[in-house]
Design a protein around this ligand. Structure first.
Ligand SMILES: [Zn+2]
Length: 259
C-alpha cells in the first residue's frame, strides 16, 4: 500500500480524464491521496473530490503564491471549515499548503509571512497538522514556526529542498518530511545523504502532481500512478526493499495525517 501525501487533483490538467486517471492510480497500488489546497476555491473543490472518491483526503489553506490575493474572510473560512467537529464530516486532514516561497516571490514577503503565521495559529487552534511549502526561505520558515509554537503540533516540510543540517534541526523539533519526483532527477545529488540522515519514522512519499514528474517521465503530466518510481528510488537510496519503504512511509503518513 502506498500513500501519496501531496497531490493536486483539483488542477485543470485533470479536468478531462480525472476518473480514468484515478483508476490508473489505484491500479498502481496507491491506496490514499492527500490533496493539498492552494486557496479557498481549491479547498472547496477538494472537499467535493473527497466526498466523491473515498480514498481522497484534503487540506485547507492558502499557498504563499496566493497570499497576496487572500482576504481576511478567507482565514475565517478555513477556521470555520476545520473547527473541531466540522472537519470530521469532510475529510480535511491538515492545514496548508502554506509557508514561504522566496524563489518565485509571487506575493510580497511580509504578506507571505503574515499568511503563514495565520495558518500556524489555525493549525494549533483546530489541532490539525500543518503542511509547509518552503522554497529558498529555510531560515524564515524555521523562525516563524518556532516563534508561533508550531512544533507543539505536527509539521511536514513537503518536497523538502533544504540541506541535511537544516533537516536535522527540523527533525529535532519533531518535523516530518515528504519527498517526490525530485529524488529521481539526475542532478539531485544531495538527496541520498538527506534521506539517510533523517529519522526513518519521519519520511513520507508524495508526487506534488501534476508537477515534479519523476524520471523517466519528466516533462509529462505527473499522477500518483508514478509514486512507485519515487518509492523505488527511496528504497535504492536507503538500501531497503520497495515493500519496506511502502510499509514505512504509509505508516508514517497514517500517523501524521490520522488516516
Ligand atoms: Zn503542492
Amino acid at each position: 500500500m502506498l500513500i501519496d501525501t501531496h497531490a493536486h487533483y483539483d488542477d485543470e490538467k485533470y479536468a478531462e480524464d480525472l476518473a480514468a486517471c484515478l483508476d490508473d492510480v489505484q491500479a498502481a497500488g496507491v491506496s490514499y491521496i492527500v490533496n493539498a489546497a492552494q486557496n479557498i476555491a481549491t479547498t472547496h473543490k477538494i472537499m467535493a473530490l473527497s466526498k466523491k472518491f473515498p480514498y481522497i483526503y484534503g487540506t485547507a489553506g492558502i499557498h504563499p503564491h496566493e497570499a497576496g490575493s487572500a482576504a481576511l474572510t478567507d482565514y475565517e473560512e478555513i477556521r470555520r471549515l476545520t473547527a473541531k467537529g466540522a472537519a470530521a464530516g469532510h475529510k480535511i486532514v491538515a492545514i496548508g499548503e502554506t509557508g514561504l516561497d522566496y524563489y518565485y516571490d509571487f506575493s510580497p514577503r511580509d504578506v507571505q509571512k503574515e499568511n503563514f503565521t495565520r495558518h500556524i495559529e489555525i493549525a494549533l487552534e483546530v489541532g490539525l497538522p500543518l503542511v509547509v511549502h518552503d522554497r529558498d526561505a529555510h531560515e524564515d520558515c524555521l523562525e516563524l514556526l518556532d516563534k508561533h509554537g508550531a512544533f507543539g503540533g505536527k509539521v511536514v516540510f513537503h518536497c523538502y529542498s533544504g540541506s541535511l543540517e537544516f533537516a536535522q534541526i527540523l527533525a529535532g523539533k519533531g518535523c516530518y518530511f515528504s519527498f517526490g519526483g525530485a529524488i529521481t532527477f539526475k542532478n539531485a545529488k544531495k538527496f541520498p545523504e538527506i534521506l539517510r540522515g533523517i529519522p526513518k519514522d519521519r519520511l513520507m512519499l508524495e508526487t506534488d502532481c501534476p508537477y515534479m514528474t519523476p524520471e523517466p517521465h519528466r516533462g509529462t503530466r505527473n499522477t500518483s500512478a508514478y509514486l512507485p518510481l519515487v518509492a523505488g528510488k527511496m528504497a535504492e537510496i536507503l538500501g531497503k526493499s520497495v515493500s519496506e519503504v511502502e510499509t514505512l512511509t504509509s505508516a508514517n503518513a497514517r500517523t501524521f495525517y490520522g488516516i
